[in-house]
Design a binder for this molecule. Structure first.
Ligand SMILES: Cc1cc2nc3c(=O)[nH]c(=O)nc-3n(C[C@H](O)[C@H](O)[C@H](O)COP(=O)(O)OP(=O)(O)OC[C@H]3O[C@@H](n4cnc5c(N)ncnc54)[C@H](O)[C@@H]3O)c2cc1C
Length: 447
């Protein structure tokens, strides 16, 4: 078939690796054809080509959320980097290849900020299509809830703009089920009028870890929505770049981000500070530095993760967490949910909103032999916390080739699954986007 109208990236092209290999190398795309899209027309041409050739279509922006590797046409969106800010309406149009840090850089001069996640390297569109669980989520809700419009190329090979009024079902489904229904070329979203937060981390080591985790769990109950926080448990690498107080040591890292008067943050943080951190980096932070709160590794990584949503935690839950998190083969993160994250206006599917915490575990896998013990250790922790679980995962953190149908089913309430199946059948009847999270309607079947 003729590919002369397509911006094909040949395997001999020096840019090929950057299009195919992304952040997480747990799997690598093995496409028949890579299209280095720069415009919506390129995406339309790629989808039409795939339709005519009977190939699947996969999408990659950064590879932070790689799932099933693409085996047909891979649309690489990383060259689609336009950001158009409209300060008057506090909205922004973001093209498919824009990363969080680029969006922040475009907004900050206007006194605006994105409702971003923990890592500024994640793709803005991919993040929103997973629901978008923000660092400031308790205060402002899911990022998906602020999206006003999506420009998408569906299996029919025609571009269309979907909004809550025009094609409400497709709009709703895309915001939580990622690339399962088409290729999004850009989105329009509301942004925040915000220049700084009180943010940073409190670091605990040794015997202070267990009391600090108990204190954090108690502290989260009854917090105002202005306070956002998480705790990370892991052993830090023994690297010179890491401060000596925590280098090479097991740590509990309580991260906070407060929106409001600094005095309120200081008062709220007093009980955590009394738990004796060895390092305290909390202070007024410009929104451009929000990524420093989690300070996630730049990659590339070979990484396998799991998540589960928990309800309220008590002291016994904290004990179970501490017992099973004491492992050098994975990191454990507990993010506090609730607040605005629990509210929905029904425009975006997002996933279950009734979790109090999301428990996330992840393992770096230097060799394939590391995979099995790491996966088993992660599973033991999630099983141990199951009595506090709500029997669901969040789609926001679903990634990797190991995601099962059971995971996908648990991510959405039964009524939402039925509606998602209908949307999949209506918009992708031949399962062109079968290499996405929801490959076929059967992936969301009740059986
Ligand atoms: C270090 C790290 C931190 C993270 N922190 C957060 C966080 O705080 N909150 C949160 O909610 N999530 C977080 N995530 C998850 C992340 O938001 C998702 O994995 C997201 O889908 C990644 O999008 P991407 O485009 O960067 O990745 P990619 O791997 O390029 O894309 C992932 C998938 O998204 C879909 N997709 C991407 N672009 C398009 C498009 N234009 N059209 C259609 N489908 C598309 C495709 O199905 C693709 O397979 C984090 C992930 C990592 C690795």
């Amino acid at each position: 078939m003729d590919t002369s109208t397509l911006p094909v990236i040949a395997s001999s092209d020096p840019e090929y690796a950057a299009d195919v290999e992304g952040y997480n190398r747990i799997v690598t795309h093995r496409p028949r054809l890579v299209v280095g899209a720069r415009t919506e027309s390129d995406v339309v041409a790629a989808v039409r080509y795939a339709a005519a050739a009977g190939l699947s279509v996969g999408v990659q922006a950064t590879g932070h959320g790689i799932g099933v590797p693409a085996d047909g046409v891979l649309v690489s969106t990383r060259r689609m980097r336009t950001v158009q800010v409209d300060p008057a309406t506090r909205t922004v149009r973001v093209a498919a290849g824009v990363r969080g840090r680029d969006l922040t850089a475009a907004l900050v001069p206007h006194g605006l900020a994105p409702l971003g996640g923990s890592s500024p390297d994640v793709g803005v569109v991919g993040y929103h299509l997973g629901g978008g669980l923000p660092l400031l989520g308790r205060t402002f809700g899911y990022a998906a809830d602020r999206v006003r419009a999506l420009d998408v190329v569906t299996a029919a090979g025609a571009p269309r703009t979907v909004t809550p009024d025009a094609e409400p079902d497709l709009f709703w489904a895309l915001l939580g089920c990622r690339g399962s229904f088409g290729v999004v070329t850009s989105l329009v979203t509301e942004v925040l009028s915000l220049t700084s937060v009180v943010g940073g981390g409190l670091w605990f080591t040794g015997d202070a870890i267990a009391p600090a985790v108990h204190r954090w769990v108690e502290w989260t109950a009854g917090l105002p929505e202005t306070m956002n926080s998480s705790v990370l448990l892991m052993r830090l690498p023994d690297l010179p770049a890491i401060p000596e107080a925590v280098r090479g040591r097991r740590i509990a890292h309580v991260r906070v981000a407060h929106v409001g008067p600094p005095a309120e943050a200081t008062a709220l943080l007093a009980p955590l500070r009394a738990a004796g951190p060895v390092q305290d980096t909390v202070g007024v932070l410009p929104v451009g530095a929000l990524g420093s709160i989690h300070d996630e590794p730049p990659g590339p990584v070979v990484f396998e993760s799991r998540n589960s949503l928990l309800g309220p935690l008590d002291a016994a839950g904290a004990v179970a967490l501490l017992e099973h998190a004491d492992s050098d083969v994975f990191l454990v993160e507990l993010r506090h949910l609730g607040g605005a994250l629990a509210r929905a206006d029904g425009r975006a599917v997002v996933g279950r909103r009734d979790g109090e915490f999301v428990l996330y575990t992840g393992s770096a896998l230097p060799t394939p032999a590391d995979r099995e013990p790491a996966a088993a250790a992660q599973a033991r922790l999630h099983d141990a916390l199951a009595p506090w679980g709500i029997g669901a995962v969040t789609p926001a953190f679903l990634a990797g080739p190991h995601v099962t149908r059971a995971d996908l089913r648990s991510a959405f309430a039964p009524r939402d699954r039925a509606r998602l199946r209908d949307v999949k059948r209506a918009w992708d009847p031949a399962d062109m986007f079968r290499m996405a999270q929801v490959g076929t309607a059967a992936d969301l079947s009740d059986g």
